[in-house]
Design a protein around this ligand. Structure first.
Ligand code: DX5
Ligand code: ZN
Length: 221
């Protein structure tokens, strides 16, 4: 499957959002990764429902909601989820992942199951009909600017092999956390398709956003 670059909006300059979105539209970026944290499932807060509504007024680029929240079943209706948006929920955040993924599909969203670094790949076995992608966290979720957990690289490969062995070749693999240019190349080799690009790559003080995107797309094939 082709490489999809998913910019992490928590790493974008909030004072320059309009120009940032213009750049994403110019490069035909396919989705904007939105980190939603509740201070409970992860020890931090980030973007919220009003931010998503504002963003939707300014761009038609689909959103890629990453819900790092406890009991997402109680909260998904609060988000402006539209047909074509991606929504990931964490396997560890609910007793009923299958039910929540089903509700997301009913909304026309593309459901994704997200796995923390210590969660085994095998837990997705009975969710395969309910997902369009698996999000492999390559750091513990909660903060940008963390260092890759090395064992998660092999986990990407294991996930690809697991999906293929079950006949789910079309289910994509998203990776999130320290997706630097260098790590992204390795992640691609392991089978990743969707790359959450944050402070480790395209959002840098040393080059422009356009330069970052071009470098990413030229480096990760
Ligand atoms: C981690 C977040 C990521 C993060 C990625 O919990 O979900 O989206 O912003 O960016 P860097 O490159 O800083 O790890
Ligand atoms: Zn994320």
């Amino acid at each position: 499957m082709k490489v999809r670059l998913c910019p992490s909006m928590m790493c974008a300059d909030i004072f320059d959002l309009k120009n940032t979105i213009d750049v994403f539209e110019k490069y035909k970026i396919e989705c904007l990764h939105i980190d939603i944290m509740d201070g409970v499932f992860v020890p931090n807060y980030t973007l919220g429902t009003d931010y998503c509504r504002q963003l939707k007024k300014k761009t038609h680029i689909p959103l890629d909601y990453h819900l790092m929240i406890d009991r997402p079943e109680d909260k998904i209706d609060r988000f402006p989820i539209e047909k074509g948006d991606y929504v990931s929920i964490h396997y560890e955040s609910t007793n009923h992942p299958q039910r929540v993924l089903g509700k997301l599909r009913e909304k026309g969203a593309k459901p994704i199951i997200a796995l923390n670094p210590a969660t085994p790949v095998s837990c997705i076995e009975y969710l395969l009909d309910d997902i369009d992608a698996v999000l492999i966290m390559t750091v513990n979720p909660g903060y940008s600017g963390q260092k890759l957990i090395p064992s998660t690289l092999n986990k990407i490969k294991e996930t690809r092999e697991f999906l293929d062995s079950k006949g789910y070749e079309n289910v994509e693999i998203e990776v999130d956390g320290n997706v630097s240019f260098e790590n992204a190349v390795k992640m691609r080799e392991m089978g990743a398709d969707m790359f959450v690009a944050g402070s480790s790559s395209i959002f840098s003080a040393f080059f422009s956003l356009s330069e970052g995107i071009e470098k990413f797309l030229n480096t990760v094939k």
